[in-house]
Design a protein around this ligand. Structure first.
Ligand SMILES: NC(=O)c1ccc[n+]([C@@H]2O[C@H](COP(=O)([O-])OP(=O)(O)OC[C@H]3O[C@@H](n4cnc5c(N)ncnc54)[C@H](O)[C@@H]3O)[C@@H](O)[C@H]2O)c1
Length: 336
């Protein structure tokens, strides 16, 4: 298949592209290589992808509709996996416009390209952040998510609504995936596991928010990409049983589905830090601070629907996953 992967130089996009290439697909990678975090890391990921003949890369922004359309026409795209986005909860308080540009304008162009170029399935990244102020755990895609606490979350929820509109109007099969704190080798330097590692090794103090009383459903990157690949040839069908009187937000009379993709095993922040300390062989200096604006205390994914649909079964424990991350980090940054 010809699979368009936006955000291919990003953390998830890189791992996904690698797996698709190994499976023999043509991957059309698309990324603007922005400098939200170290661009070098993006170049180094790309260098690995460019070793595959089946990889074709376009350094372009999703905001340019003409270029997106041209790429779709030239490459006869079958499936689109949209991972490009301005990510990060905290940065959305600093630079809100970056989220509107990439996540709203960019996503509109993806939808328009799918509409005009006969794409068979659009899979796109949403986020556990959409659960916002929800307190019912585990978080279920059947619950309403109408109380976002960051602009990042609001753009991801908007993507779900926009996707539904295109599934309804143009019968485009769309699958939204709410990712839960993805971590692993080649990860994102703005995320806590990465910046904690950097600081601990440099003898700097780490900031522990909400005085350590946080829980995250950390999900290892290999489990995430297996989950995405399992969905590619399962475009959602119209649900004939869908009830307009008691609508379930995760499905529709249109070819539209939403899934959580998480580990289903939340870890306490303090246990996560001690596991990281164990693998680094260093104890962290910690500063305990209050909750940050835009953040949530706990995330916990109900993944039953994805298990039923694809047999999704995340298998990497936090101990194993952080061990692999630390091994990669030391190799990549040449730390003894
Ligand atoms: N990593 C996580 O824990 C996590 C959790 C929830 C949701 N997500 C979502 O998953 C997706 C992938 O996340 P990631 O961790 O790989 O992030 P990432 O920042 O590593 O990758 C995103 C890539 O998209 C590119 N990009 C951003 N805006 C673009 C634009 N307008 N045009 C073209 N390229 C653009 C960036 O240069 C980057 O390489 C994102 O949509 C993110 O919001 C990730």
């Amino acid at each position: 298949m010809n699979i368009f992967v936006s955000g291919a130089a990003g953390f998830v996009g890189f791992h996904l592209s690698q797996l698709l290439l190994k499976k023999g697909h043509n991957v059309i990678g698309y990324d603007n290589l922005n400098d939200y975090y170290a661009v070098n890391l993006k170049y180094n990921r790309l260098n690995l992808l460019e070793k595959f003949d089946l990889f074709n890369f376009f350094e372009q922004p999703l905001e340019d509709l003409e270029k997106v359309n041209k790429c779709f026409i030239e490459n006869d795209i079958d499936v689109v996996i949209n991972l490009a986005a301005q990510a990060g909860v905290r940065y959305s308080l600093e630079n809100p416009h970056a989220y509107i540009d990439s996540n709203i304008q960019g996503f509109t162009n993806i939808l328009e390209a799918c509409r005009h170029h006969n794409v068979k399935h659009l899979i796109y990244a949403s986020s556990s952040s959409v659960y916002g102020a929800n307190v019912n755990i585990p978080f279920s895609t059947s619950d309403e998510v109408n109380h976002p606490v960051s602009l990042y979350a609001a753009t991801k929820k908007s993507n779900e609504l926009m996707a539904h509109t295109y599934s309804h109007l143009y019968d485009i099969p769309t699958t939204g995936l709410r990712f839960f704190t993805v971590y692993g080798p080649w990860g994102r330097p703005d995320m806590a596991y990465f910046s904690f590692t950097e600081k601990i090794l440099n003898g700097e103090t780490i900031s522990v928010f909400n005085n350590g009383d946080m829980m995250r459903d950390f999900t290892y990157i290999d489990d995430i990409v297996d989950g995405i690949v399992g969905l590619i040839d399962q475009p959602p069908q119209k649900d004939p049983e869908f009830s307009m009187a008691t609508p379930d937000p995760s499905r529709s009379y249109a070819p539209y589905r939403l899934y959580n993709i998480g580990n289903n095993q939340p870890v306490r922040l303090m246990d996560f830090i001690s596991t990281l300390e164990k693998h680094l062989g260093v104890e962290a200096n910690k500063e305990y601070l209050p909750m940050q604006p835009g953040d949530v205390q706990a995330t916990y994914a109900d993944i039953d629907d994805l298990k039923v649909a694809t047999g999704f079964e995340p298998s990497t424990t936090i101990d194993e996953g952080l061990g692999k991350f630390v091994e990669w980090y030391k190799w990549y940054y040449n730390v003894n």
